[in-house]
Design a protein around this ligand. Sequence first.
Ligand code: NAI
Length: 505
Amino acid sequence: MKVQSTTTQQDNHFLISDYDYKSTNIEKNGDKYIAKPQITNFKFKTDTRIPKLGVMLVGWGGNNGTTLTGGILANKFNVTWNSRRGTHQPNFYGSLTQSSVIKIGTCNTEEVFVPFKDVLPMVNPCDIVFGGWDINSMNLADAMNRAQVVEYDLQQKLRPYLEKLVPLPSIYYPDFIAANQGDRADNVIPGNNKLEHLNIIRKNIADFKQQNNLDKVILLWTANTERFCVEDPNVHGTAEKLLKSIESSHPEISASTIFACAACLEGCSFINGSPQNTIVPGVIELAEKAGVFVAGDDFKTGQTKFKTCLVEYLVGAGIKPKAIISYNHLGNNDGKNLSQESCFKSKERSKKTCVDDILESNKVLYPTEEELNIDHTIVIKYCPETGDSKKAMDEYIAEIFLGGRQTFAVYNVCEDSLLAAPLIMDLLLLCELFERIKFSKDSCEYQRFDTVLSWLSYLMKAPKSESGITTINALSRQRAMLENLVKVCAGLTVDDNLRLEVRYG
Ligand code: NAI
């Protein structure tokens, strides 16, 4: 695809697009709103040179880590496998960047769509070099077998590639994850000195980058859900205080926060795929200083994705959700870890906040604070027999016309990591792409996006935003935001769905 326009320029290294952003400024005058449409000029400059990307996963030997690594290798080497349903080809289903499409315009009256990945130059997932850490020493072939996620025949075919991959020893702070994980911890960096731990992780990153001749590295936490650390401004509040607290091995510094700090100090962006409060203010300051991004929290895969879609639909239709009752049962190691109350609490929080902004936007349905407090209940049970085939049962009770009730009962079953792995890939590819984009407002100097990369919110259960920027959870708004950003950077027109060119030529 090539854009021919007076507002787009391209040379060998950069694509620059000029975009007049239309927004509406609202002023309050008593009980009236005065709406004033305005136009702000932005320029987006994308470095089109694709780097050699390395990714280090924390929790590499877990279900997500093995499924992601194996899935990408299956695609890279075109590994086929058999099941009772026949012969299977590898694909990237479930990946926004690889398997979804974007409308770029109309040809006569036909709408034209291209793959998301083809709008701007992106890293090919098959070219990513993977590495990482795990507190368990199993090689990735055995770990994939333990995970019981992918078909047995595919496991066998991937074995030669995966058995060579062994996670680096990791930091293990037993107080932060469930006690039932203790028997996995046979690959642990010794000692209790958190500064030494930080330095070892930093060296691991630097060595990985150098040994694989990489242009850049991104770190992603897909290890167990930790309990929340007890956040204290004196411990976590600034970069300086955080580093001092690491130096004194403060007990409220979690393993995930050490990884986040190590990433920033090595000039790498960091993504938190679990719900805990890893990205404390001190981490954000470190990232800001290093010019890298942080993004989180918690992958938004099946149940929550559906919830933020269904609730958006109901509220958008003028129907009032009054209760959401969500049951999950799962039998994988994530479920085992979540069976400890402190870790469950982290997950409960990220699952619960995901509809808040959708409800708050509609003051017709929810005129008071009290009404916003709907009955939203989260239950998670560990049932080993279920394995990674997670069951999610949700009941949505909504109030309709004249006091009537509409109830949806939704039953969702799927291999959890087969949803999470392509989503992790998207997080990495988009984070890398956004590192290559700069913008300029009203002809001021070019700058990078905010340190907290809230553009990725479509992929996160509890999207973290820069302070002062409201969080958007509604799924279609999140997707539109991502789609429009890449379109604008490519010099394409943002779609308002009026389709006037089709209706009136
Ligand atoms: P898992 O339990 O299979 O894998 C986690 C891995 O992390 C294990 O191999 C464990 O040994 C390792 N680990 C624990 N502490 C560590 C540390 N300090 N350093 C390095 N490794 C460590 O879990 P799974 O299913 O892969 O999920 C990973 C995370 O992603 C969990 O926190 C889960 O809540 C989160 N998540 C998963 C989703 C999914 O659909 N699979 C969706 C949303 C979030």
